[in-house]
Design a protein around this ligand. Structure first.
Ligand code: SAM
Length: 286
C-alpha cells in the first residue's frame, strides 16, 4: 500500500548493497516524492536514481559535514520540508552516517520513519546457518593487528554469535589474527560480495578459513561480513566448552588432576563431577 509523503517528516531509506534491484517499491516512490534527499555521496546515489528514473534534489550528508549539515536540515524539516536520508549502500546509520541527524530530529519532535530494505549484516546472518537467535553487531574491526587481537581476546568467551564488517585490505590479516586468539575449531561464516556476481558465503572452521584464504586469492576481493559463533553454550551437567577444555588442559600441564579440577571449579562455576570427568578424559588422551 502506498502512503503519501508527509511534510515536515524525515524518512530513513535503505538502498541496495550491490544488486540495484534490491530496493522496495515504497523506497522508489518516496525518493521521487520527497522535497529533498540527503545522500552520503550524491554522485553514487545518482546511479540508483537513473536506474529508476528518479529526478530529485540532492544534498550531501557525510561524516565530514554531518554535524553542521544536520542542524540546517532539521530547520528545513521544521519549516515543512520532507526529507529522505540515504547512504551509499544498505541501511543508513549501520556503519554509515546519519546518527546526529536522527538524534536532532527526535529532540525536535520530528517524526522519523524508516523505509526498510537491504542491510549487509542481516543478509549475511540469514544465509549463515549459524545460531542467530541472539547476536551482537560490532561494526568495523580495528585497523591494527594488535588492536584486533585485543578485540578477539575480549570476544573469546562471548556466549552469542557476533558479526563484524571488514574491507578487502585487511580481510586476510584479520582471519590470521583471529586464528591466533580464537579456537581453530570455532565456526565462522564469511559472506563476500552479497547480491553481486561473485557472491560467496563460506561456512567453515576458523582453521579451514585460514587455509582457504591462502589458496584462493579471489577470496580477498570485495566487501565482507564476518560472522563468528559464540563460545559454546553448555549444559552444566553434561559437558564442557572448548574454551573450558583449553583451560583445563593448561592446568593439567602444571598441577595434579585434583588441583586442576579444584581451580577449574572456582574459575568456571561448573560442577566438580563434570570437570573431573573431563580432566580424566584429557589425562587419558595425553
Ligand atoms: N549501511 C550498510 C549496511 O546496511 O550494511 C553498511 C555500510 S559500511 C560503510 C560498508 C561495509 O558493509 C563493507 O565494508 C562490508 O563490510 C559491508 N558490506 C556492504 N555491502 C556488502 C556486500 N554486498 N557484501 C558483503 N559485505 C558488504
Amino acid at each position: 500500500m502506498t502512503m503519501p509523503v508527509q511534510n515536515g517528516k524525515l524518512y530513513v531509506v535503505a538502498t541496495p548493497i550491490g544488486n540495484l534491484s534490491d530496493i522496495s517499491l515504497r523506497a522508489i516512490e518516496l525518493l521521487q516524492s520527497v522535497d529533498l534527499i540527503a545522500a552520503e555521496d550524491t554522485r553514487h546515489i545518482r546511479q540508483l536514481m537513473q536506474r529508476y528514473g528518479i529526478t530529485n534534489k540532492l544534498t550531501p550528508l557525510h561524516q565530514h559535514n554531518e554535524a553542521d549539515a544536520s542542524e540546517i536540515l532539521i530547520k528545513k524539516i521544521q519549516q515543512g520540508l520532507s526529507l529522505a536520508l540515504v547512504s551509499d549502500a544498505g541501511t543508513p546509520l549501520i556503519s554509515d552516517p546519519g546518527q546526529p541527524l536522527i538524534k536532532l530530529a527526535h529532540n525536535a519532535g520530528i517524526t522519523v520513519s524508516p523505509i526498510p530494505g537491504a542491510c549487509a549484516l542481516i543478509a549475511a546472518i540469514s544465509a549463515s546457518g549459524l545460531p542467530v537467535s541472539r547476536f551482537i553487531f560490532e561494526g568495523f574491526l580495528p585497523r591494527t593487528s594488535s588492536a584486533r587481537k585485543s578485540f578477539f581476546q575480549e570476544k573469546l568467551d562471548c556466549p552469542c554469535t557476533w558479526i563484524v564488517y571488514e574491507s578487502s585490505h585487511r580481510i586476510q590479516a584479520t582471519i590470521i589474527d583471529m586464528a591466533e586468539i580464537l579456537p581453530g575449531q570455532r565456526r565462522i561464516v564469511i559472506a563476500r560480495e552479497l547480491t553481486k556476481i561473485y557472491e560467496t558465503v563460506v561456512n567453515s572452521t576458523i582453521s579451514q578459513m585460514v587455509e582457504l584464504f591462502k589458496t584462493d586469492k579471489n577470496m580477498q576481493r570485495g566487501e565482507f561480513v564476518i560472522i563468528v559463533t559464540g563460545a559454546e553454550t553448555i549444559d552444566k551437567n553434561k559437558d564442557i566448552s572448548v574454551e573450558h577444555e583449553k583451560m583445563l588442559r593448561t592446568l593439567l600441564k602444571e598441577c595434579t588432576i585434583k588441583s586442576a579440577v579444584t581451580i577449574a571449579v572456582e574459575l568456571t562455576g561448573l560442577k566438580k563431577r563434570t570437570l573431573y570427568q573431563a580432566a580424566l578424559k584429557l589425562a587419558d588422551s595425553r
